[in-house]
Design a protein around this ligand. Sequence first.
Ligand code: SAH
Ligand code: SF4
Length: 360
Amino acid sequence: MGNHVALPSLLELSQEDLEAIVVGLDQPAYRARQVWRNVYQRYAMDFESMTDLPRELRRRLGERIRVAPAESVGQQTSDDGSTTKSLLRLDDGELIETVLMRYDPFGERRARKTVCVSTQAGCAMGCVFCATGAQGYRRQLSASEILLQVLAQGRITAEEGSPLTNIVFMGMGEPLANYAATHEALTRLSDADGFGFAPRRITVSTVGLIPGIEQLARDHPQVSVAISLHAPNDALRTRLVPVPTATLGQLIAAARSHAKTTGRRTSFEYVLMAGINDSPEQARELAMRLRGLNCHVNLIPINPSAGVVGERPSQAATMRFLEQLVEAHIPATVRVEKGRDILAACGQLRGDREEGTAPG
Ligand code: SAH
Ligand code: SF4
């Protein structure tokens, strides 16, 4: 920390900006491309590790800029090795969490490694079942703070010898309530000269902010969208998602027009809570509303945490709900769970040190 705290992050720079810095140090421009490759292809997190650069240049770059605009202060991996949660401390002391999930259903050939990024410290939406919501809103993350999470997790997978394959904006916060930074991060993530992820491998999950969904369709038509529904009718949804977003009818219309303009299927997320929204009747009501839509429903049995509403439905109730949707020809799956033992599952990210997060 110390006097390096205020240095600008390389993740905020364009290639031209970086080149100007390198040339300003009386170095040839190709050195800037080398630095760029180190970060965006090899996931280097500091200049020290860029051993293809002269030591002196690494030192001088480190006096002007830094790579990571935060400090890693803790990391935990689940007992089964599938999930790693990293805690980052930002310059102003805010703590945010990012999760790496490894799926290996059919052996290495089909292995998937997904990073789940946060877009805000806390969240203002106050969904009653969500630990981030319970924490309240703290602040927006910058694009470089979002990109850093991909870099940090990509660093781990690079060391494991197989790359990150997917990115989901499903960590702390509401991405479409931080549109500017989300947009900038998506641009750099999908830029062939940046991280180079196919936009189809990126998913933005939203509580349902319609202007943001429309803007996203214009700016990033190939990026996948997931809309968090949680209820088959407005009466129940407003109890679960207290911040006024849009009506279910408006959300479904937005999904329809998104699917039409982008040609992509919309995903819906539905957090299942015992006795609240998990009955077969509610499943049928949901199916009726979604009929004819190019969509997919992700059922997420709630991960209960202290201080939030909702208990886990039984396996039987979950399966019954799923069956009702499938029988009504609504494509649906139950989300495979990851990292419950380290509180790294959906809705459990809090960014504080009280709930089992490793001390830094
Ligand atoms: N704010 C966005 C994205 C972050 S939340 C959104 O709400 O979509 C990502 C997903 O985790 C959402 O679908 C959200 O409903 C779900 N989630 C929140 N709390 C949860 C919990 N306790 N258990 C399971 N899923 C939860
Ligand atoms: Fe915010 Fe999403 Fe949690 Fe709701 S579910 S409080 S929108 S992070």
